[in-house]
Every structure is written in structure tokens, then in C-alpha cells.
Design a protein around this ligand. Structure first.
Ligand SMILES: [Zn+2]
Ligand SMILES: [Zn+2]
Length: 332
């Protein structure tokens, strides 16, 4: 079962954790290494338990803790080649274990299938993630200037969506602290998502098995958790979905662990071990009613991505095929 928590999120730093029984990954490391260590402990984990760090892009509010974390711990860093190139100069004392992902491609890492897809933002090669285990689909989307068709397509059918809701349109407009140019950058096509844009995407993606929408990267001055939650909840309701929960991650404390998809048959399996012949048809009908919708057909990976064989830790194979692994090792 795939679970998620957000250790901290906001314009000053972003860091989340996903885990299954077998795998534990950080998504971005934009808090200080000390804070990441503390907050991991708060959610029952240690840095030593991390199997890797997935990076959305190189901006400091997503990578500030990386160098110090990598000095002390050998944590593999998953990012695209361009993001790695940008980050390399910041690693003076650490020798990170790079694991390069090809934008638009998917790879298998332990019990997770991870796909990264391009998003519009003012970074060298920013990506979003679709992360799946055998019964859950999680979408991760931060930071993004506007919602593209590709984003809508890749996130179709997710059971949980962790996405940016950076600013509220009217609150950003009314803000007197930021100069006009900064406001333009934030709201531009390579800036950040507003509550309104987030709501539109949520309305598009809403379905009966959507469990959680977690909003992150909220601006302290130009957004308000209650306003953001209200707009996303209204979007869900207008799509006819009332069961999904909306959460706001914040910069001060971790969220509780959230299960990406509800284990629909677990309670049933626990209570009905051997159905008698009389109840068997009813149980079958109930099981069918409770089964999650079939996952959408996997989307073909657009060319020219590298074909990744579905083998354990095939991130290595991505690098081997690109001829990058040896050059990375040479470069340290
Ligand atoms: Zn950014
Ligand atoms: Zn950011």
C-alpha cells in the first residue's frame, strides 16, 4: 500500500515522503537537512531508511537540504540529466549517487513504477510524477505555470493528487508587497498554479475513487488554506465527487500519513474468510461493488524516450542506455 506524507510545503521549502512496505522515497528536499531529519523522525522514519530522493526541479525551495543530506548519507538522487547538470556545482563536499531519469519515460524502482513528465515552469527541466504500485496511483505536481494537456492526460485516474496551489487569484492581485514584475512571473506561464487553476484540474480529474487532494506550496501572503480548500472542494462537488478529502500541507509541521488508495477489499477479507454457499453470490456482488475502477491503460511513452526494461532498479539501465552512467561516475 502506497502512503504519502508532506514534511513541509510552502514557498520557502518543499519536501514529501512516499512509502510502501518495501520502498521509502523523499520527493524533493527543500527544507534544511536538519529539519528533514527531524520531521522524518516525527513521522516515524530516519534518513537511513530512505531508498532515494526524487527531484521535481533544481530550485532552492526543492533542493536546499540536498547537499548536506548527501554528505552524511548515501542517498540516491533521481533527477533528469539537465537538472543534475545544474545541481552538480552545488555539491562541493558531497558525492551524490545520481540516478538519471529521462523526461517522459517511466522506470521501475523496487515495487514502484515511476513516470516523470515535463511541466511548464522556469527551471531547466521541471517534471511532475506519476507513481504507482500494484493498487495505487499517486500524482505529484509542483511547480507548474499552467496545466497542459499532457499533465491532464498523465494524471488521469490518480487515487491521490499532491499538487501546488500557490496563490489565490484575487489575493495576488490585491497584494501590495510584490512589484508588478514579480506578480507577472508568479502568475505567468512558467510560474506557479493558482487555486483557480488547481480547481480546474481537480474538477477534470475527479472520479469516484479519488481519495485525497493535498494542496502544497501555498504562498503565505497570497493564499489562505481555507480559501484554497473551499475552491478545491467546490470543484470536486461540481464534478459530483463528495468522498475525496482535501488537505493543505504547511511549512510548520508534517501532515499525518495518508493512504493513496483505500484498500477496498481489506475489511471484507477480514470479516468474510470462507463465505458459505448461500452468501457467496452476495459476497461476490459486494466485492465487485467495492473493487477499485480498473487502472487506465498505461499511456505510451512519447518518443524519443529511452525504453526502460521493467526490471528492478532499472534507473541504472536508463543511464546505461544513455551512456550517462559512466560519464556521471567519471564526473563524480
Ligand atoms: Zn520552482
Ligand atoms: Zn517551488
Amino acid at each position: 500500500m502506497l502512503s504519502l506524507t508532506v514534511l513541509g510545503s510552502g514557498s520557502s521549502g518543499n519536501c514529501a515522503v512516499i512509502r510502501t512496505e518495501r520502498t521509502c522515497l523523499l520527493v524533493d528536499a527543500g527544507l534544511s537537512a536538519r529539519r528533514i531529519t527531524q520531521r522524518l523522525e516525527q513521522v516515524g522514519l530516519s534518513v537511513g531508511q530512505l531508498d532515494g530522493i526524487l527531484l521535481t526541479h533544481e530550485h532552492g525551495d526543492h533542493t536546499a537540504g540536498l547537499e548536506v543530506l548527501c554528505r552524511k548519507h548515501e542517498v540516491p538522487l533521481f533527477c533528469t540529466p539537465l537538472t543534475q547538470e545544474t545541481l552538480m556545482s552545488g555539491f562541493e563536499k558531497a558525492k551524490p549517487r545520481w540516478r538519471l531519469m529521462q523526461t517522459g519515460a517511466a522506470f521501475q524502482f523496487q515495487d514502484l513504477r515511476i513516470e516523470c513528465f515535463p511541466v511548464p515552469h522556469d527551471a531547466v527541466d521541471p517534471v511532475g510524477f506519476l507513481i504507482q504500485d500494484e493498487d495505487s496511483r499517486l500524482g505529484v505536481l509542483s511547480d507548474v505555470g499552467f496545466i497542459t494537456n499532457l499533465i491532464r492526460d498523465r494524471l488521469k485516474g490518480v487515487h491521490t493528487l499532491f499538487m501546488e496551489a500557490n496563490y489565490d487569484g484575487p489575493l495576488l492581485e490585491a497584494d501590495t508587497k510584490r512589484p508588478w514584475a514579480t506578480k507577472q512571473r508568479i502568475s505567468g506561464r512558467h510560474g506557479h498554479l493558482s487555486n483557480e487553476q488547481a480547481a480546474e484540474l481537480v474538477q477534470h480529474l475527479a472520479h469516484e475513487h479519488l481519495q485525497h487532494v493535498i494542496l502544497g506550496h501555498l504562498s503565505e501572503d497570497c493564499n489562505c488554506p481555507n480559501v484554497a480548500k473551499q475552491k478545491i472542494t467546490a470543484a470536486l462537488h461540481s464534478a459530483g465527487v463528495t468522498s475525496a478529502q482535501v488537505h493543505c500541507a504547511n511549512r510548520h509541521e508534517p501532515l499525518p500519513w495518508l493512504e493513496v488508495a483505500r484498500r477496498a477489499n481489506a475489511a471484507l477479507a477480514a470479516t468474510v474468510v470462507v463465505p458459505s454457499p448461500e452468501v457467496a453470490p452476495a459476497v461476490e456482488a459486494l466485492e465487485q461493488a467495492l473493487s477499485p475502477a480498473p487502472a487506465p491503460t498505461p499511456v505510451p511513452i512519447p518518443s524519443p524516450p529511452v525504453q526502460v526494461r521493467e526490471e528492478e532498479d532499472s534507473g541504472y539501465q536508463v543511464m546505461e542506455q544513455l551512456g550517462l552512467w559512466s560519464s556521471m561516475r567519471a564526473a563524480g
